[in-house]
Write a protein that binds this ligand. Structure first.
Ligand code: PLP
Length: 422
């Protein structure tokens, strides 16, 4: 309560804007993930690794737009690419060279036979599922409890409702025996199984390799299309996480940073499944979308992937993330507090919990007041992370920023040790 009161007292403009927002948007909100009590910050300006809120407080941005903000704010190369797109024209109503270039880069990078673009990760997943249903002639989808594939493909965690337009069967993450049993039971009705190889929204919990291998084996056996949602995880290795794990799904979905910061989504993979969208075929699957090949995303995305997020930059960023997570966990161990950081590479989630966590059922047990306190205390120290403890390092987060964050975390843990000790 103290931390909330201090936050509000220092931010009259933030509070006034939230009141105005409430009059026209439910709860003053148009992205539920951004709501943090008592009221969310509202950013006036962002540059490099920093965001400044409407009350003039500047924070190191460790949220990184939930992994889409990979390039940092106002990257000069991104700025030039935006200019190139404007010069070309924004709404062409026609095919152009930009989409070919980006499609070549994306298929090569992520080992896809064929790819199609969308405007968001949500849409990419919806289309991948549609492709699987048409291909198999089956209707049901298997998802993972607490899996997140977009606002309309959300499989419930932390009290939120399942929001999906399909008949879904939900399997428990990383539970080989229970999941195998469910696949066997529903196999003949299942068109697809969709999973994030690391639960992102579910708390940065990596899937066990053996679990993914079992899914690959069982889906193949039952003729189910295996879809890896790599919207968040494709940044974790030069060719994406599934490639690093050596497991090849039938389809992959992509999003976030690949558009260079513009709205982006893509899905692709096996030629025989993707060819259903070929408009020269009889009975092809329709997939229009006014902005699918918009010149802004195509131009900026290509420049960003080709010139900035090179395989070497990817490896370097994820090494920095691994180092930071290790140092965060060392700090928690030193103070013997019931807090731990999960994740892979540049994606990190701090959980106020002790003990082994390898499924979302465990993270759901964390006290939401502790998550909120950690978030507010870090804001006060000048570091912006997600309310749920999630962080996505961008390419402009330096070793100095990481050192500063650890010093801030040390201060917070020292101050709150009595609340964080089991
Ligand atoms: N899939 C995963 C794994 C995600 O993390 C997200 C977004 O956070 C999505 C899909 C949805 O992408 P978008 O927000 O672009 O619709």
């Amino acid at each position: 309560a103290d931390a909330s009161a201090r936050f509000l007292a220092a931010r009259p403009k933030t509070v006034a804007l939230h009141e105005a927002a409430k009059a026209v948007m439910p709860g003053g909100n148009t992205r539920t993930v951004l709501f943090t009590p008592p009221v969310p910050i509202r950013v006036a300006k962002a540059e490099g690794a920093h965001v400044t809120d409407v009350d003039g407080f500047t924070y190191v941005d460790l949220l990184g737009e939930y992994s889409a903000g990979l390039y940092g704010h106002s990257h000069p190369r991104i700025g030039r690419a935006v200019g190139d797109a404007l010069a070309m024209g924004l709404n062409l109503g026609a095919h152009h060279a930009g989409e070919v270039r980006l499609a070549e880069a994306v298929t090569r990078r992520f080992d896809l036979d064929l790819v199609r673009f969308t405007n968001s990760g949500t849409e990419a997943n919806m289309m991948a599922l549609a492709a699987a249903r048409a291909f198999t002639g089956r209707q049901k989808i298997m998802g993972i409890k607490a899996g997140y594939h977009g606002g309309t493909l959300y499989f419930g965690a932390g009290g939120a409702a399942v929001n999906a337009p399909f008949d879904v069967v939900l399997a428990p993450f990383n539970d080989i025996t229970a999941t195998r049993k469910l696949i066997t039971e529903h196999g003949p009705a299942l068109a697809a199984l969709i999973i994030e190889p690391m639960l992102g929204s579910g708390g940065c919990l990596p899937a066990d390799r053996a679990y993914l291998e079992m899914l690959r084996e069982e889906t193949r056996k039952h003729g189910i299309i295996l879809i890896f949602d790599e919207v968040m995880t494709s940044r974790l290795a030069p060719k994406g996480l599934s490639h690093a794990l050596g497991i090849t799904p039938d389809l992959k979905t992509l999003g976030k940073y690949i558009g260079g910061g513009m709205s982006f989504g893509a899905f692709g993979g096996r030629r025989d499944i993707m060819e259903q969208f070929d408009p020269t075929r009889a009975n092809f699957l329709p997939h229009a979308g006014t902005f699918n090949n918009n010149t802004l995303t195509m131009t900026v995305g290509f420049a960003a992937l080709d010139e900035i997020f090179t395989p070497a930059a990817c490896l370097d960023l994820n090494r920095r993330g691994d180092r930071l997570r290790e140092r965060i966990n060392d700090l928690f161990m030193r103070y013997q507090v019931a807090v731990q950081a999960k994740g892979i590479g540049s994606l990190i989630n701090i959980h106020p919990l002790a003990g082994e966590i390898n499924a979302p059922e465990a993270t759901a047990k964390a006290d939401p007041r502790l998550r909120q306190l950690l978030y507010l205390d870090l804001l006060e120290e000048g570091y912006y992370i997600a309310g749920r403890g999630y962080m996505a390092l961008s390419l402009v987060v330096s070793d100095e920023h990481c050192d500063g964050f650890l010093a801030a975390l040390d201060k917070v843990v020292t101050k709150r040790r009595h609340l964080l000790t089991p």
